[in-house]
Write a protein that binds this ligand. Structure first.
Ligand code: SF4
Length: 74
């Protein structure tokens, strides 16, 4: 689990689709890993997120990058 970033999966079913495999290539810091069925989020890597947005180009609103550090500051 990330301390600063959480990759929130709004549509878990999406990660079981073939299309979700594009996430593995899209993310340069290995937050998405190929799993037996589709893709899994590597929670150990979440804080490496660079906020590049490439995963959101693939997944749209089926994923959300939550900036936990902003919530903590409120
Ligand atoms: S925003 Fe970029 S670095 Fe962060 S999870 Fe998505 S693809 Fe990976």
């Amino acid at each position: 689990m990330g301390m600063f970033i959480e990759v929130s999966v709004r549509d878990p079913g999406f990660l079981e689709t073939g299309e979700s495999r594009k996430l593995v290539a899209a993310c340069a810091v290995n937050i998405f890993e190929a799993a037996e069925r589709g893709v899994a989020v590597n929670r150990e890597q979440e804080d490496e997120c660079t906020l590049c947005g490439r995963c959101l180009e693939v997944a749209g609103d089926r994923l959300e990058i939550v900036k936990l550090y902003e919530k903590a500051g409120r």
